[in-house]
Design a binder for this molecule. Structure first.
Ligand code: THG
Length: 264
């Protein structure tokens, strides 16, 4: 499971304050703890409340790089921030994210290819987030074709079918499950399939339970990556167990420890 740690996001009060006051140790501690807990990569998002998004993103990248060589997912909706920051990231960079409109996705995929990076492509276009699984699958196919044309190998493309909070839309979790299965089935080689998992439980009670139940269901359909909280031990244990039960590893009594130490 390619876990991208979600905690370095200005949406969290501690991170927002650390960005404003340039408290590097808070960010570096979150980077270290997430990697030690099983993350493969770190999402980096300055959040809504920062005037200089580009400056804040560059500071976060530099601050994290002082303690970790993990792949960094630059999480911004602004092209000018993405274009300015991506060339400044030493090591592996993941562009998070592009919409699926071909002219937009081609630009992002080209930038990712140029820097030997990866791209997260959202199944969202000018018409917004699709209201069904069919449109998600169609936009997923469009993203795969656009990435290939731009010279980005499919194994460096992550398709995100976009999960919304279950208290906002009860149908979206089902649509995403179907989209994951179908996109995985028709593409060979398949791209990675990813979700921003915590979206599903925002402003709900039983958040941990909802997150780990839904993650297990998604893994059964072929999800192999998520932006999620690696500091939630039960969530990581559920992901490893779902992978065990879908034949991704061989059982042994210490399978949780074995998967953690080999980052499966
Ligand atoms: N797809 C892609 N990227 C994404 C998302 C996605 N990046 C951002 C987001 N969605 C994934 N990351 C988070 C991070 C935090 C939360 C949800 C998703 C979250 N935060 C608390 C909340 O809103 O309740 C913050 C409050 C707090 O606990 O302090 O839930 O879908 N490609």
């Amino acid at each position: 499971m390619y876990v991208i740690g979600e905690r370095i996001n200005g949406m969290f009060a501690d991170v927002k304050q650390a960005i404003r006051e340039k408290k590097a140790d808070v960010i570096q501690e979150l980077a270290r703890r997430q990697m030690a807990a099983g993350a493969w990569a770190l999402d980096v998002n300055v959040g809504p409340a920062v005037a200089d998004g580009k400056g804040a993103m560059l500071w976060l990248v530099e601050t994290i790089r002082a303690v970790s060589d993990a792949p960094l997912a630059i999480d911004t909706a602004k092209w000018e921030v993405m274009a300015a920051v991506v060339p400044q990231v030493p090591g592996h960079v993941i562009l998070n994210s592009s919409k699926a409109d071909p002219e937009i996705a081609a630009k992002y995929a080209g930038l990712a290819a140029e820097h030997n990076g990866s791209l997260i492509g959202l199944t969202i276009d000018a018409a917004g987030v699709p209201g069904n699984s069919e449109k998600r699958v169609e936009l997923g196919a469009q993203l795969i074709a656009t990435a290939m044309e731009a010279g980005l190998p499919t194994d460096r493309l992550f398709i995100d079918p976009i999960i919304l909070p279950v208290n906002v839309s009860s149908k979206t979790p089902v649509d995403c499950l179907e989209a994951i299965a179908q996109i995985r089935a028709f593409s060979d080689p398949p791209p990675h399939l990813l979700l921003g998992l915590s979206n599903v439980s925002q402003r709900c009670s039983n958040r941990g339970l909802i997150n780990r139940t839904y993650l297990s269901m998604c893994i059964a359909k072929g999800l192999d990556s998520a932006i999620m909280d690696p500091l939630d031990t039960e969530l990581i244990n559920s992901a490893i167990t779902a992978e065990l039960l879908t034949g991704k590893m061989i059982y042994c009594d210490s399978y949780l420890e074995a998967a953690r130490s080999s980052k499966q």
